[in-house]
Design a protein around this ligand. Structure first.
Ligand SMILES: [Cu+2]
Length: 160
C-alpha cells in the first residue's frame, strides 16, 4: 500500500461521518433528503420544517399528511406578491414521476403548530411521519438547526 493510498483511506474515513449527518430516508420509489426545522424563539407558537422529496418512479405520488407530536401539523406554501408575504394551506403536495419537490424557506414548508412553551431548539430531533397516497407511511426525523442562515418563514405567520 502506498502512502498516498493510506492517505486516501484516512481521508474517506474522516469524511464519511459528515455524509451520515445529511440524513435521508426511502419508501418505495420515494427518497426523502435531510428533513430539518428552524430553531424558534422561546415564545413561538409555530415552527417551520423543510425537506426534499425525490420520486424515481414512473407514477406521481402525493404527500397527503405529515404527523408529529403537536396539536396540528400542516403543509403551507409561501409566496411574496407585491412585497406582501402570503401563505396557502396545502391539502396535498404532488411529487411528480421522475421529479423532485423541495420544501424550502420562502416556499413550501411544514408547520408544526401549537409549540406552546416548548420551542424548537438547535440540536433537537423531531420525529414525524410522512403519509404518501401510494407509497404509504414513512417515519423521518427533522433535525432542528440554528436559524441564523435560514430565512424567516415563521415571521410571516406569527399570528397562527
Ligand atoms: Cu406556514
Amino acid at each position: 500500500m502506498t502512502s498516498l493510498t493510506r492517505l486516501m483511506i484516512a481521508l474517506s474515513v474522516a469524511i464519511l461521518p459528515g455524509f451520515a449527518m445529511g440524513h435521508d430516508y426511502k419508501v418505495g420509489d420515494l427518497h426523502v433528503e435531510h428533513p430539518f426545522a428552524r430553531a424558534t424563539p422561546k415564545t413561538a407558537m409555530t415552527g417551520a420544517g423543510y425537506l426534499t422529496i425525490l420520486n424515481s418512479g414512473t407514477e406521481d405520488d402525493t404527500l397527503v399528511a405529515i404527523e408529529a407530536d403537536y396539536p396540528r401539523v400542516m403543509m403551507h406554501d409561501s409566496a411574496t406578491v407585491d412585497g406582501i408575504a402570503t401563505m396557502t394551506q396545502m391539502d396535498g403536495v404532488t411529487i411528480p414521476a421522475g421529479g423532485t419537490v423541495s420544501f424550502a424557506p420562502g416556499g413550501l414548508h411544514v408547520m408544526f403548530m401549537g409549540l406552546n412553551g416548548d420551542p424548537l431548539e438547535a440540536g433537537e430531533s423531531v420525529p414525524a411521519t410522512l403519509v404518501f397516497e401510494k407509497a404509504g407511511r414513512l417515519d423521518v426525523v427533522f433535525k432542528v438547526e440554528d436559524s441564523d442562515n435560514i430565512a424567516a418563514d415563521n415571521d410571516a405567520h406569527a399570528d397562527h
